[in-house]
Ligand binder design. Structure first.
Ligand SMILES: [Zn+2]
Length: 185
């Protein structure tokens, strides 16, 4: 099954934050998954829909597709409790996809250990994640990250020289927003 996360749709996306240095090149061609595990709701079942910018559902449709927890995070922007997500300490060779639409968001090589209570990634798949500045007034800068495919809320992105990777970034992502698909040998 060949699929691509690239589509013409993503070219329309406006990314308000200065992101000249935020999208890294893929480290190499990603092998096709022969056995992408889809979760309870078959998030990646429909390859046609698993394209950036191509997935739009009504709230009612989302409610029937997602679990209550997934809906609260992806569609309402809630945050799961720290240290409760299944991918916080998860390791494995594969791909973290959007639990809403199945777009490939993060490769396992992007993940790093960080004791914050949520999965941490230093980079994202090219054009898979968009950023929205949600800073309030003169408060600290706060940038939300959303799936480019379905506009689902993923978490937030922070910058610090302490973080590994080429962008000094930490994508703090709710496990509920993700679905892991191991790469076969
Ligand atoms: Zn999505």
């Amino acid at each position: 099954m060949s699929r691509s996360t690239q589509s013409r749709g993503i070219l329309r996306e406006v990314q308000p934050i200065n992101n000249s240095n935020t999208n890294v090149q893929n480290s190499g061609p990603v092998k096709a998954r022969s056995k992408a595990k889809s979760g309870k709701n078959g998030g990646s079942k429909c390859a046609k829909h698993a394209q950036a910018g191509a997935f739009e559902l009504s709230n009612e449709e989302w409610k029937s597709k997602l679990t209550a927890e997934e809906y609260a995070v992806l569609r309402e922007g809630r945050t799961e409790d720290a240290n409760t997500g299944k991918y916080v300490a998860h390791v494995g060779n594969g791909m973290y996809m959007c639990a809403g639409c199945g777009v490939d968001l993060y490769e396992s090589t992007h993940k790093f250990e960080y004791a914050c209570g949520w999965p941490a990634f230093h980079s994202n798949r090219v054009n898979a994640v968009k950023r929205v500045d949600v800073s309030k007034g003169n408060g600290p800068k706060k940038v939300e990250i959303r799936c480019t495919g379905c506009d689902g809320h993923l978490g937030h992105v922070f910058q610090s020289k302490r973080y590994p990777g080429p962008n000094n970034e930490r994508h703090c992502v709710n496990s509920v927003a993700l679905r892991f698909a191991p790469l076969s040998e």
